[in-house]
Design a protein around this ligand. Sequence first.
Ligand code: SUG
Length: 435
Amino acid sequence: MTYHEINFDGLIGPTHNYAGLSFGNLASAKNKGAASNPRAAVLQGLAKMRAVKALGLEQGFLPPQDRPHLKTLRALGFSGTDRQLLEQAAKSAPEILANCYAASSMWTANAGTVAPSPDTQDGKVHFTPANLATNFHRAIEGDTTARVLKHIFASEKYFAHHPLLPGGVHFGDEGAANHGRLAQSHGEKGVHLFVYGIDGDKFPARQKKRASEAVARGHLLDPQKTVFVQQSKAALDAGAFHNDVVGVANGTALFLHEQSFEDRDAALAAIRKAAPFVEIIEAPAAAVSLEDAITSYLFNSQLLSLPGGEMALVLPKEAEENTRVKSFVDATLAKNNPVNRAIYMDVRESMRNGGGPACLRLRVVLSDEELAAANPNFLLDEAKFDALEDWAKKHYRDRLTPENLKDPEFMDEALAALDALTQLLKMGSFYDFQR
Ligand code: SUG
């Protein structure tokens, strides 16, 4: 049986904006209040998906969530018609409104954690949507994410869906952004690397160890093939609010910054013990500082196995523009390791919110049979790329400021875009505002 890794990117929503909502995410804070370009954002995301598909890989996507999330505003005591609700919130609680407007579900590396069927005791593909408890704008994603995943991976024969972890920040879980899988090939039994944090001196850790442990338990993983490692406080305090900002695993390769883990030697030894085949490609701090890594998002690249057996890195343009980082990438490609190609993509609209190429995708390893059981409307071909681009060009603004979020016209526009999307994708009355 053939197994594929399919990247499910987040289709960037029409309310993409810079509200500075994520404490500990330096790009989010830096761009607070700036005007965004939602149309450019969604087109950049689709162009990246096209580039990955052109490598000979399957490419999927998850739809954006409905924002403003009126259901949350109602739960917080705002009432009346949708417009009245928006007006009340805009006047008395603009911060709450901004949180309910975030297009942050685009970063599907945080949608959940996935365990492919070769790794699970019951032979099903397991999904746990992330509770994203640390930040309010993200904590309201989980329920819709769970619905999206069940919609796309509906077959109970192949797919097991777990509820979000309970307990809020006590079990703070940010999904696949703090998780990697190492395997000799996609279809062989893999080793799961879970990276958790402990609050730094400056910034909070979003992923809790006990949350990672709960996900591993629920997914029926083999404890011998599961490694839990603490992220370094230095990386967290330098702005690596998710571990995928400082490292990425794929197949036999682990590509990471030297200062990723709190106890580097013990962490690498534990990884080598569980995955003796691992090839570790590490950037020394002397060549690439944590600051370089975090501003360029070098390690937030997609590390992809190509049909011919090589691996490619899909990096943000920011990595190409930093000479130290570019030299390190060039040196990595020249060395004797599986990584042989680098593709630099413009995903600047997302980067300004602290989301690089790897944040924008959820990896799902599926067999041919499991892939055939997934909802084909969310797998891309040329016609669907064209249709989504046309849809975005019709419905998205090319300039959006935090002030615009208070305008009821804009709310109507954003929800109309999603209504049209549900028709395009034959999703029925899917979103909370349609129910
Ligand atoms: O959770 N930014 C996201 C970025 C997530 C990146 N994902 C991964 N590393 N996998 C976050 O911090 C900013 C929203 C704003 O400020 O408007 C935001 O939510």
